[in-house]
Design a protein around this ligand. Structure first.
Ligand SMILES: [Zn+2]
Length: 391
């Protein structure tokens, strides 16, 4: 799976494992649930049923090796997305493994359908290649008499990677197959929004199908695996819906720049103002949640209510704005002609306080906050409604 940054586990959440090929690898806490379930089913059910003559200790060792290599395979799948994405000029913020698999966090969507086909398609291709590799290893292990433990683990990995490749090829967004479907429709019609709606429709339908199959399975006497399928189906349907909302928002904002939706001429404060005065005369009286800070007329940073709250209240009369503010180098600073999509990305960076300062030739000319964006979207929708009724 590849994913743009929104919803679900985030590229900064969970536990950091380290980095591979320059990509930061993290595991979400939900991952431990599935890790344990896979280990348990392998060590206690799958391998003991296939090889009852082997000892319990051997089953545990086989379960450990199988689980570890299964997650290594998953990671290889995500790494293949990340490597191709980076080669196509789209940086990847990191990789997260979580309950339903993995996620490579692309910083934006591809501009060309062909890029999307490559980035999404390489994941299932990698899983097919791993399936072939492990299958070949199990055949070799049989031929050279390497023993049942090696044969059992390698043939399990061949099977699970094949299943992973096929599951990801299902043509429902945001699965890899859904992304490929979207890119093909996009390429054929030239209409990305329409392509997204088709692919999301596929994702919803597949999610519903899984839920029905899971329900039937549960009724037929396999409640655990049945409910698990229902759960995955439900998750896919939600993910598909969230992707559609995000895409519609993107289409709505496309073509607009920071200057269109900024609050112009924001009120500024001096870096020498005592913090208690800032709270009394500004945060308590005016509606703004942040103020650009100036030192002798020059913009040097921004102070938000959150910045002030980090300073113990008994120090507010002794300290000044300069002591609490975020320095300019850490603020999100955009030009008036920066696209709204880019401005939103900058605003979402940690420490930016959820705001972007709009600076034109060294002069502060405006500020964009989350409420500016919300108001702008409401106005756009209202205008679109008017246009819709008039035509
Ligand atoms: Zn994938």
């Amino acid at each position: 799976m590849t994913k743009d940054r929104e919803g679900g586990p985030t590229p900064t959440g969970g536990i950091r494992l380290g980095s591979i090929l320059g990509f930061e690898i993290r595991i979400d806490l939900s991952w431990f649930v599935i890790f344990f379930l896979v280990f348990w089913s392998l060590a206690v059910a799958v391998f003991p049923q296939q090889y009852p003559e082997l000892s319990g200790r051997t089953h545990l060792l086989m379960g450990s090796a199988g689980t570890f290599l299964f997650f290594a395979s998953l990671l290889a799948h995500e790494l293949s997305h990340a490597v191709v994405s980076r080669a196509k000029g789209i940086p990847v913020a990191g990789i997260t493994l979580f309950m339903f698999g993995g996620m490579a966090w692309a910083t934006r969507e591809p501009d060309r359908p062909n890029d999307e086909i490559l980035i999404a398609g390489v994941g299932p291709a990698m899983s097919f290649a791993l399936a072939g590799l492990f299958q070949a290893l199990s055949v070799a292990a049989t031929a050279y008499g390497l023993g049942d433990p090696v044969i059992g683990v390698t043939s399990y990995l061949g099977f699970i990677n094949l299943a992973l490749a096929i599951f990801n090829l299902v043509p429902g967004f945001p699965l890899d197959g859904g992304r490929v479907l979207r890119a093909l429709v996009w390429k054929a019609t030239g209409n990305k929004a329409k392509a997204t709606r088709w692919a999301v429709g596929g994702g919803r339908a597949f999610g519903a199908l899984l839920m029905i199959l899971g329900g039937l399975q549960a009724l037929a006497g396999a409640p655990v695996s049945g409910l698990w399928l229902v759960f995955i189906g439900w998750f896919l349907r939600n993910l598909a819906g969230a992707s559609l909302q995000q895409q519609l928002l993107r289409d709505l904002l496309a073509g607009f720049v920071a200057a269109d939706l900024m609050s112009p001429q924001p009120e500024v404060v001096s870096t020498r103002m005592p913090l208690d005065e800032l709270v009394r005369a500004h945060f308590m009286r005016l509606r703004y949640g942040s103020y650009p800070c100036v030192d002798q007329g020059e913009l040097v940073g921004m102070v938000t209510l959150e910045d002030v709250k980090r300073v113990p209240q008994e120090q507010w009369n002794r300290l000044q704005v300069a002591d609490a503010m975020t320095p300019l180098a850490e603020c999100a600073v955009v030009a008036p002609n920066t696209t709204v999509e880019q401005a939103l990305q900058d605003m979402n960076r940690p420490k930016s306080g959820g705001r972007a300062l709009v600076v034109d030739r060294g002069q502060l000319i405006g500020i964009v906050s989350a409420s500016d964006v919300t108001r702008w979207i409401q106005r756009l929708r209202a205008v679109e409604g008017l246009v819709g009724r008039a035509s």
